[in-house]
Design a protein around this ligand. Sequence first.
Ligand code: 5RP
Length: 220
Amino acid sequence: MSQDSKKELAAKEAFELIKADLMKESVIGIGTGSTTNFFIEELNRANVHIKGVVCSSDESERLVNDAYDVFSLNDVHGMDFYIDGADEFNDRKELIKGGGGALTREKILAQSSKKFICIVDDTKHVPLLGKFPLAVEVIEVARSAISRELMIMGGRPVYRQGFRTDNGNQIIDVHNMPIDVPYELEAKINNIPGVVENGIFSKRKADTIVCASANSIEII
Ligand code: 5RP
């Protein structure tokens, strides 16, 4: 089974999980990436009667069809569910996200939602986070200074050339970063002046992980 088919399965299963709890006041947070795109397709197809959605990127916003009102987070009192993919997850449901560069809004939406359901295929499961490069969103003028700090922490920072986040910032992808204690490193990186956010999701990790493999779907 292809990775895309597994992503689609996970997305469909997540929709099945929340379907019965959707009401006319419900607000769904929607993340970014190819797995989340399958979820948006499912939502578009289902045409459910809810208050609306909040998206973590302009790209996801474009994919949601006209049947749904798209709100800014400032216009709603939080979200019932936040559905998003991940680049890696561990047994503690901590994540690395940000491959698509939307990590800052993703973390804000995850934090503001009652339930964060992460949809993944089994290739994303790792014993220790950090094989996937860790995205750090930075203010442009601080990029080199932050890169030096990240090197001192043991990583190999690589500037994501030609990319701007929806917030107008730049991304440093940190390779081979030792992430022994995700919670501590998440806070430590965010303490460097000029860092907007980093892709470790430990403080606000997933509540539920829907993981699709070739033979089964696991709800963790
Ligand atoms: C975007 C993300 C995505 O959730 C992550 O990169 C996974 O993407 P995909 O579903 O395409 O594998 O964090 O910033």
